[in-house]
Design a protein around this ligand. Sequence first.
Ligand code: FES
Length: 254
Amino acid sequence: MQGFTRVIEVDEVPDPGKTLVEVEGEMIALFHVGDAWYALDDVCTHDGGPLADGELRDHKISCPRHGAKFDIRTGAALTMPAVRPTRSHETAVQDGGVWVRLRAAPLDQGPGALGQPTSIPSQTAPAVAAAAQEAVTTSRSPSPAPTGPLCEETAREILKEVKDPELFVNIVDLGLIYGVTITPAEDDAAKHHVAIDMTMTSPACPAGPQLIADTKRALGQRPDVAAVEVRIVMDPPWTPDRMTEAARDQLGIF
Ligand code: FES
């Protein structure tokens, strides 16, 4: 079998089951489901999570870091925050062993190419990002900014103006706002200092600086706000179950 590498014995992996193997220096997640074998790069395309450590259910593997699901048969990204496929490889069973032949990486080796972590880009994403784009197209009518007294609820409503530039979903419904603290401004009793505890969908999220700036701008334009502080919190890490139903609907996650 030209190009195939024997990676493990058939009876070493239960059905269903998974394991991590090495082929030509690359770490490959190997799956055994219903007498069939599947092989994927052990790399979540969201932010590099180790897929072989995830939960396998039917033909789906969940990334242990932020919960993105991939189809083990094709490598397709099925749910946010991953939107790009991870590379899948050929498998074969012969002489009691499981064999894997690596598929070449695609020629496009730019940011987010298969097997390379990327943080939720949308421009070549599959159906989930398309659904998000369509959702934002139909939800552009801006609602007026709340004008009542400043409180946490008001601040959260205002922050719904701030949208993740790649997911097109506001940061409140995404579950990125962990806390809102409002205190009187030191030098002006009529104004407030607002501190926002915010997380990101991944530590390397490239949208971070923009989200911070947009958050400060959205709250800072109120006349009763003296200063806005944004504190980035990565513990506990963001997970998809922090999203509201509205965000899930917008992203096409069910
Ligand atoms: S690294 Fe896999 S979902 Fe974030």
